[in-house]
Design a protein around this ligand. Structure first.
Ligand SMILES: CC(C)(COP(=O)(O)OP(=O)(O)OC[C@H]1O[C@@H](n2cnc3c(N)ncnc32)[C@H](O)[C@@H]1OP(=O)(O)O)[C@@H](O)C(=O)NCCC(=O)NCCS
Length: 175
């Protein structure tokens, strides 16, 4: 299998992104208006990527970065591509961007019953720091709040001499 290319999300990608968003998040899916609003803040405080396989968008992810803190806003992969490392590639690129923007910690919310996503985040060093009751609407599901000490993670990986896990972008980007 060829590795998907990660590139910056643009408004032209929104039809396909919304299709995936609805399929993966159902009633909690973001609207076109919300996503347009997010892209309107890119690159100032947002960083949105798509993963493209042979010209087809098969995943996407977004980051909010403000001062020393970043938040993983979303990450999603088409179900027929799960388990191929695409979620990890997207997350690693978000973390690399947070590091480039000098963020020292990264936060995220994840549904309490979304064990697969939690495992992905744990693999990257996120730890649970709290619960937000009724965070997801309209379902009312609770969210786990997770945090990564990015400064420490970067230092440890460098010091341990392990392979830097953050993927490089292949298109050079347009930022
Ligand atoms: C959560 C999500 C983004 C993970 O994406 P993914 O592309 O399947 O993630 P990865 O492939 O990187 O990792 C998933 C599993 O595949 C395994 N894997 C990674 N690379 C692999 C490869 N090349 N071959 C086989 N398996 C692989 C990983 O070990 C991991 O296993 P584990 O969950 O048992 O630890 C995806 O399931 C998704 O879109 N879910 C719906 C949306 C969602 O819930 N988003 C999170 C909102 S907070």
């Amino acid at each position: 299998m060829t590795r998907p290319v990660l590139r910056t999300m643009t408004r032209d990608d929104l039809d396909r992104v919304l299709e995936l968003e609805l399929a993966l998040f159902g009633e909690e899916a973001w609207s076109r208006q919300m996503l347009e609003g997010e892209l309107g803040q890119q690159p100032a405080s947002r960083f949105y990527l798509v993963a493209e396989d042979d010209g087809h968008i098969i995943g996407y992810a977004g980051l909010l970065a403000a001062a020393s803190q970043a938040d993983v806003l979303t990450i999603a992969v088409a179900t027929n591509h799960w388990g191929q490392g695409i979620g990890s590639s997207l997350l690693s690129e978000l973390l690399a961007e947070a590091s480039r923007r000098s963020c020292s910690e990264v936060f995220l919310e994840v549904r309490i019953d979304n064990v697969r996503a939690q495992r992905l985040y744990q693999r990257w060093g996120f730890t649970e720091i709290g619960v937000r009751r009724g965070y997801y609407q309209p379902s009312g599901a609770d969210a786990l709040v997770m945090r990564l000490d990015l400064a420490a993670a970067v230092g440890q990986r460098t010091l341990a001499g392990r392979l830097w896990p953050f993927a490089s972008r292949r298109d050079g980007g347009d930022r």
